[in-house]
Design a protein. Sequence first.
Length: 593
Amino acid sequence: MQQLTNQRQPSLVKQWTTWGQVRPSRLWAFALVVILAGYFAHAWSYHHYVNDDAYITFRYSRSLADGLGPFFNLDESVEGYTSFSMMVIVAGAIRVLGEQAAAPAAKAIGVLSGALSIIIIFWFTRFLAAGKGSASSATWWAIIAATLVALNPCFALNSTSGLETTLFAFLLTAAVVLATIETTKRRWYGSGFLFAAGCLTRPEGLILWSVFVVVQLLLITVAPKRPVPQGSVAPTGRVSLARLVLSNGIITLSVIVAHVSWRLAVYEGEWLPNTYYAKLGGFLHEGTWSYIAEGMLPAVLGPVGLIITLVGLGLGRRLLKEMAPMIAVATTGCLLPLVTGKDWMPGYRLLIPYLPLVACSVAVGWGTLFERFAEGKAWFRPAVVLSICLALWLFHGDLRQNHREYVDIRSSGYQTGHIALAQWLNSDTHDPARPVALMDIGLIGYLCPQRDIIDITGLTDRFIAKCEGGFLDKRYDPRYILDRRPEFVVLTFTAPGDTKAPLSPQAELSFWTPIERRIYYSSSFQSTFVSHDLPEASDDNLHRLAHRIGAEQVFEHTHPDARYLLAVFRNQELAQGGEQHVSKTESQELNQL
């Protein structure tokens, strides 16, 4: 009896050595549940952060939901958002649940899109790797791909920022995966619709779709023509692949043409979004190679992980050919900052949409190489995968901590800065019908729905966007802003020093943008908005600082790198019942002169 018992209950050593041969269906289901749970917990640690730029889209969404059209200011038909898809989806949420649902809905979309990206890339990596080995071994490498995404702090942060980053990641990943499956199985699954949705979500979607199609067509031209199997109705050779590409291309282009036609009709004949012109000339072009390296190399365990990937993909030439369009899209996406410039936001937002595709390529490369050492060693695969997961967690430790501190500081800063300023603007002592001119137009613009918001950087202003100069450095006469008679102009300053220490009223101040410097030192601004007759409040350092620069109020937004100060300057002529309003058209003519 004792002998039978021992046979039925294998030792721990025996269990460990057979772990790698667990039934594939149970292994992948269990692994995917654990990975998703880890991702949700990871994303939750950033749940209290929403980027200010997301509220620009939310204001458009609310206007659309209210039946007023997709406009930031009701009398200005300017496309100042970057994601048509997110604008429409959030508008639907506001229409059903109310304006308070904007941020939660955007966060839910981001997290759900992130989870779907993980599921898709897990399945697709398993699909690719299964062609090189058993279903069980393929599952282990799929675990690596999904973990590379789920444990990445930048992916989790961008899932909850309120922007379209992970929505674009999901649509692009799903489109590439579906198009690859179409090519493999010679069947149409409608990847063109997903590529079209991606183009509506981010402007660069058109570029990435074009790259995918070009690589597909190149592979078709060099692929040997396959004979049609006897009795088969559907063609399976080169012509059928061309038809797949053509049918999906017609779908994608039709949606793009429809969207451009809609833009021409709604936004006064503009072919491109206003944000394109506002950011034309580049933004933060210096250090773009570092931006790319710092954003992507840690995701693949550094240069060593990248080298292992390239070696593994080189050994699996059949898979490399099948994955070529996907790799081309991921590479192009990661290199786009060299053209567009990098981004100021935390979490490498411009690179994150391509992380799932990069993770799949890396996992297949690693798996192809490691399989050469796994033969006859059931313990090898689980040991390697667990080691990689642990290395990823440790490798991202500093970045994960930095992102959490950043989120905590900025979330607190929005309360004391932007939200406090919006509440002050909405007080009964101020005229809600008067415009406010400022740079950070997102959160303040959303919380002040009755006011026209003048964006001094040009994101929602066509005239400024098309002026000479790069983003945040548009060169226009400040009178274009001031002659529109805003009640307040908000200029952003920074001050060095420890943000936890009290602010000195004599702190050295710097302008956040060259535009704000030119506005402040213009004679029109100095004579109309700068007041030195304000009473000095010696017991409040912010009031003393406001008195020093001639501002009405100063609101401090805590920032990880420096003190971020929102200085509010009041129109003194309006406060004293001054002269009549000068129209925006007259101001544009003045600038042209």
